[in-house]
Ligand binder design. Structure first.
Ligand code: URA
Length: 432
């Protein structure tokens, strides 16, 4: 078999066999196929696409390129969730203790943030002592005993995806549905979950810019999950605007605590309860979504959810006192208000720009090697639909940098003020 023939076949729009896909993927991972041939192959896939069978074979090839986590020692249906990436997206921090409090095992593998989107592992590490590197034994024991555990994506899990993703990043081939679907689903399958809830973000802060594109990605991932015997549901949620009021690391932990105490904003609470309810149904706790939703709402009201969060922080080695005393979380030295320049209503807050501004303040990484400042971030004082007057604070920048004019300018540009009032649809569709 020759890589050039595989590229030629895909360039002509023909379907590849499982053997051909595996030859390309394993050959590239082992360093036997050079970057220039894999780049040409990825561009051919970008333009000609792949059918479901090819995507499923590509997913399996990624899975087989490295280790797989064996969760068979954990009793019950193990559920996981994955977001395609957003700004202010703290949903995992909320749903892990919430779903675990129903007795459903939540075995979560999460990533770090890159570029304008944040990562759950970074956020949790802003809690003093919180350990995100667990041995397999610790991970399995925690899920068995407490029904929840989280680990970072380390070790030799899907190395093919890791290498190909880095190449996609520099060859303009990230936003391809077959490539995104196989990348995400391979990580979920290698990390051992029986049931997966996917949060597919749509809007200017997401890879998928339109609901139709997001629906196609969601359908593709759900079908791949089913073909590989995983119960899979995808929720298409809004990422035109950041979620909640807080963007950053420590400040997103603060806001997740507020949601679990029952004081969350409407967008975040709705998205978190929707995702948690689907996890609860897939995990077998309820037959109906509505029943799960009502039950989870009452778990928040009763105080059980916040107690479960305390337990989560404690079993991962973190200081659980932060739940009652949020002053124990890292705080920035400077707090700079960005003021409205006109009267009206907040019509739109561009999620990508807020993510970039937060990164410039120190909350995110421009490259994988950068370190992050847990205290840095942005508070959105005003959200879509809120009335504003000239001179009122629309957002507050938290930073340890003395000068942050570039971040201030980007944050200011993210806000669109209009004389018309706008509302946001939080959930666009559910694909199952
Ligand atoms: N997240 C992933 O893990 N892979 C992609 O291709 C896109 C988003």
């Amino acid at each position: 078999m020759r890589m050039v023939d595989i590229i030629q076949k895909k360039k002509q729009g023909e379907a590849l066999t499982a053997l051909e896909i595996d030859f390309a993927v394993q050959g590239y991972t082992k360093g036997e196929i050079p970057d220039y041939q894999m780049s040409a192959f990825l561009m051919a896939v970008y333009f000609k696409g792949m059918n479901k069978e090819e995507i499923s074979n590509m997913t399996l090839s990624f899975v087989n390129s490295g280790d797989q986590v064996d969760l068979s020692a954990i009793e019950g249906i193990k559920v996981d969730k994955h977001s395609t990436g957003g700004v202010g997206d703290k949903i995992s921090l909320i749903v892990i203790p919430l779903v675990a409090s129903l007795g459903i095992p939540v075995a979560k593998m999460s990533g770090r943030g890159l570029g304008h989107t944040g990562g759950t592992i970074d956020k949790l590490e802003s809690i003093e002592g919180f350990k995100t590197e667990l041995t397999s034994e610790e991970f399995i024991n925690n899920v068995n005993k407490y029904k929840m555990a989280i680990v970072g994506q380390s070790g030799n899990l899907t190395p093919a995806d890791k290498k190909i993703y880095a190449l996609r990043d520099v060859t303009a081939t990230v936003d391809s549905i077959p490539l995104i679907a196989s990348s995400i689903m391979s990580k979920k399958i290698a990390s051992g979950a029986d049931a997966i809830v996917l949060d597919v973000k749509v809007g200017d802060g997401a890879f998928m810019k339109t609901v139709d594109e997001a629906r196609e990605l969601a359908r593709t991932m759900v079908d791949i999950g089913k073909m590989l015997n995983r119960k899979t549901v995808a929720i298409i949620t809004d990422m035109n605007n950041p979620l909640g009021h807080e963007v950053g690391n420590a400040n997103e932990i603060r806001e997740a605590i507020e949601v679990l105490k029952g004081h969350g904003s409407e967008d975040e609470t709705t998205v978190a309860l929707t995702i948690a309810s689907h996890m609860a149904v897939l995990g077998g706790a309820f037959n109906e979504f509505e029943e799960a939703y009502k039950n989870l709402e009452s778990i928040i009201k009763s105080g059980k959810a916040i107690e479960k969060l305390k337990e989560f922080v404690k079993i991962q080695g973190g200081n659980s006192e932060v739940v009652e005393n949020m002053d124990l979380l890292p705080k920035a030295k400077y707090h700079i208000e960005v003021k409205a320049k006109e009267d009206g209503y907040v019509y739109h807050i561009e999620a990508e720009k807020i993510g970039i501004a937060a990164m410039l303040l120190g909350a995110g990484r421009k490259t994988k090697e950068d370190s992050i400042d847990f205290a840095a971030g942005i508070t959105l004082n005003k959200k879509v639909g809120d009335k504003v007057s000239v001179g009122e604070a629309i957002c507050t920048l938290h930073t340890n940098f003395e000068v942050c004019e570039d971040a201030k300018k980007v944050a200011e540009e993210a806000f669109y003020i209009s004389d018309k009032c706008n509302t946001i649809q939080y959930i666009h569709d559910i694909v199952m």
